[in-house]
Design a protein around this ligand. Sequence first.
Ligand SMILES: Cc1cc2nc3c(=O)[nH]c(=O)nc-3n(C[C@H](O)[C@H](O)[C@H](O)COP(=O)(O)OP(=O)(O)OC[C@H]3O[C@@H](n4cnc5c(N)ncnc54)[C@H](O)[C@@H]3O)c2cc1C
Length: 498
Amino acid sequence: MSRRPTRDSDPLAELGVPFQYLYAEGWGMVSGAYGRVLRPRCIEELRLVVATCGAEGIPMAFRGAGRSYGDASHSDRGVMIDISGVNQILAFDPETGIVDAQAGVTIEQLWKYLLPRSHWPAVVPGTMAPTLAGVTSMNVHGKNNFKVGATGDQIEDLDLLLPNGELITVGRESNERLFRGVVGGLGQLGCITRVRMKTKRVHSGRLKVGALSAGNLAEMMEHMRTWHSDADYLVGWVDCFAAGERTGRGLTHVAWHLKSGEDPHGGETLTVPYQELPSSILGFPKSEVWRPLRVLNRDRGMRWLNGLKHFMGKREAKKDPYLQSHAGFNFLLDYVPNWKFAYGRKPGHGLIQYQPFLPDEVAHDVLVDLLGMCQDAGHVSYLGVLKRHRPDDYLLTHALDGWSLALDFKVHPENRGRLWSLCDAMTQKVLDAGGKFYFAKDLVLGAGATKRFLPPKDLKAFLKLKGEMDPDGLLQTDQTRRVLDPLGDPYDPPLTHF
Ligand SMILES: Cc1cc2nc3c(=O)[nH]c(=O)nc-3n(C[C@H](O)[C@H](O)[C@H](O)COP(=O)(O)OP(=O)(O)OC[C@H]3O[C@@H](n4cnc5c(N)ncnc54)[C@H](O)[C@@H]3O)c2cc1C
């Protein structure tokens, strides 16, 4: 726990950089840390803060928009450094589509800048809130992961601020070893301050979208296999309540970019207002929609809602492909701001997301087993999302040639222990099948699991880099102490920290 320093022994206060003592939460609201959060307003202030912490031996945790579900961007030791104020777009080349931006720029800022210039970020997550630092440190993927890879694959080079105050440029080719560690590196090798990345040329502000209703998981995977070589985006919504023959039923969405001239209204859709999500839903102001959702947010309500969505999905699938804005397709979860509040506002209430990645050849059977395990344990996920992935070579990567199923679980103080035990049992199954996990979504893994799913040579290479870039081990978060720290110990720690 950070202690409040006294006035005469507070080198950070003397810098004049704004800070507050507060409780910084993980996005799922069931993890957090009380501590000092510094908010540098420009790169010079960020450099001062990092160098001062480095010189004074103060542990640092970096925080972007705080959109990781678990404990990735908070820490109860030392200070938390919120980099979201370092957020200038520095340059853009419309010929190459390469944008150069400070790391606190959000995906929202970026697409709003790019779209009128006929470009779109090459990879976006399901919400537009994250920063470039956050999406790089987690190597975030979009619904097009199978096609274009993840965030790291778009990056040409980035600037990294080391705990000793030195600022270095890390290139994909010029410093390949470090690049493979920083991308997806959980902020453990330095503070990312600038990113230069490729973006996608677009001819319309809309995508062509098609839907197919799937009676079970095998059908959904078959749809995605059929579209795999041709589609630009693929995603499946899964009704996790459906059982037996219907396990994994849901709706598959496929989307394609439009070619030049294909959209007669292409020009006028390349504007920010065209993309804006609706301001009300069924008459409710968007910002209040989480309130009625709270009534449904229990097993009976969610079983009904998932059933209704499946029924509506069958109707949607009968229609011809339609046009939808990029923002509407990609940021569906932003339609309802703060929808997470439907999971409860009291302390200890919220959600976790559990997202196992499984190799193609075993994915179907293991995922069906996992859905059955959830039902048997009485912890059915209220939202399931299936994606197709491709492998990459970052040192802490979760990517593989296969599939992931993201499962949202409601958490409250009474079910937490049982839910964590279920996650333990599922983790064991996933690891036995050669699967992996994604730290952006994690709050349940232990270092023993990390050790099993990361290739030993990659883990060793990462820990070696950590020793070189951060010799005093000052860069840490609650998550890295949980999933990485005990790795140096000679004994094999238990699978989870519970
Ligand atoms: C509704 C929702 C939908 C999502 N959908 C997807 C999805 O489709 N695909 C996907 O891959 N992810 C998805 N995510 C996860 C999200 O994209 C990632 O967690 C992302 O990392 C969040 O970015 P952030 O800016 O909020 O970073 P934070 O969560 O604040 O931090 C993430 C990591 O980056 C590190 N970090 C922050 N700043 C720096 C810095 N300057 N230098 C070095 N390290 C730093 C932090 O220490 C932490 O380890 C989703 C999250 C939500 C809430």
